[in-house]
Design a protein around this ligand. Structure first.
Ligand code: ZN
Length: 272
C-alpha cells in the first residue's frame, strides 16, 4: 500500500476555473467550480491504473496567496495608481474596487473549499493589498508574480518525495518553470510524480506551450488531463446534456433510477 500526495498551485487552478478554460464543455460556465473531493477521487482513480497499490491520499497541499483588503479600500476611488516597473497607471474607479473585492472573495472561497476537503490550511500566504497590485489584478498580463507559491509547491513536493519515495505525487500546476527545480532536487521524479494539466495539446493555444514543455520531461506516469474529466470534478448535481453533451448542474438531484430507465433524458437550460 502506498499513498498519493497532492500539490496544488491554487493560484493557477483558480485561474483555470475563472478564466473560461473549460467553457466549451459547460452549459452555464458562470456556475462552474471545482469540487475538491471529486478532484481527489479522480486523481486516486487515475494513479490506480498504473499504481494499483496506491489507494489512499497522503499529504494534500493547496498553495496560494490571498489579499487582505485595506480598511480604507473604498476611499481609493479617484486615486492615481502607477505600476512601479511598467509605469502603467490608472485612476481607480468604484468598479475597479468592486471587481477587485469580488476577485479576492472568490479566491478566498476557492481556498476554503480546498481546505474543507482536507487540504492543509497552512500554505495560504496572506498579503496586504498594495496599490500597485490593484493594477495587476485588473490587468492579468501584469499579474502579481506569486513566486512564493511556485517555490512552496516545489519545496513541499521535494521534501515529501525524498521522505516517502515509495509513494506517488500529483503536481497540479500549469507553470512548467517549476520542473527544473524538481528535477535537480529530486532526480527520480519521473518515476512517481505526475502532472495534472487542463488540456493535452494544441487545442488550447494558451496551454500549448505548457503541455509541450511538460512533454519534454519523461514522466513515467501518464498526465491527468482535466478537460476530459470536467463532469467528474465539477461541484454540484452534475449531468451531461443529452442534446449538446455539455455539463450542467441542477438545484435538486434528478432521481438516478429515472435517468437509468430513460424516463428522464437530462437536458441543459438551453436545450430544454
Ligand atoms: Zn444542452
Amino acid at each position: 500500500m502506498s499513498k498519493l500526495h497532492v500539490y496544488i498551485d491554487g493560484t493557477w487552478l483558480f485561474k483555470v476555473v475563472e478564466g473560461n478554460v473549460f467553457d466549451r464543455f459547460l452549459a452555464d460556465p458562470r456556475y462552474f467550480t471545482i469540487d475538491f473531493n471529486k478532484l481527489n477521487a479522480l486523481m486516486l482513480q487515475h494513479i490506480s491504473k498504473q499504481h494499483p497499490e496506491c489507494t489512499e491520499l497522503g499529504n494534500c497541499y493547496f498553495v496560494t496567496s490571498l489579499f487582505n483588503v485595506p480598511a480604507d479600500f473604498d476611499n481609493w476611488v479617484g486615486k492615481r495608481i502607477t505600476h512601479p516597473y511598467s509605469g502603467q497607471s490608472i485612476t481607480v474607479t468604484q468598479r475597479n474596487i468592486d471587481v477587485t473585492k469580488q476577485n479576492i472573495a472568490d479566491r478566498e472561497k476557492f481556498a476554503n473549499d480546498a481546505i474543507a476537503a482536507g487540504y492543509d490550511p497552512n500554505c495560504i500566504f496572506h498579503i496586504d493589498l498594495q496599490e500597485w497590485m490593484l493594477l495587476n489584478l485588473l490587468h492579468p498580463e501584469l499579474r502579481y508574480q506569486e513566486k512564493q507559491v511556485d517555490t512552496t509547491v516545489v519545496a513541499l513536493l521535494v521534501r515529501d518525495a525524498i521522505e516517502h519515495s515509495d509513494d506517488c505525487f500529483a503536481l497540479v500546476a500549469g507553470d512548467s518553470d517549476i520542473l527544473p527545480a524538481i528535477q535537480v532536487a529530486y532526480p527520480n521524479y519521473t518515476q512517481n510524480v505526475f502532472p495534472v494539466l487542463t488540456s493535452p495539446n494544441e487545442r488550447d493555444g494558451r496551454n500549448r506551450q505548457t503541455s509541450f514543455k511538460y512533454s519534454q520531461y519523461n514522466f513515467q506516469i501518464d498526465t491527468l488531463v482535466l478537460q476530459t474529466h470536467v463532469g467528474d470534478i465539477m461541484a454540484g448535481n452534475v449531468y451531461q446534456c443529452t442534446e449538446c453533451h455539455k455539463y450542467f448542474t441542477t438545484r435538486t438531484p434528478i432521481d438516478p433510477a429515472r435517468i437509468a430507465s430513460g424516463a428522464i433524458l437530462p437536458r441543459c437550460r438551453h436545450c430544454h
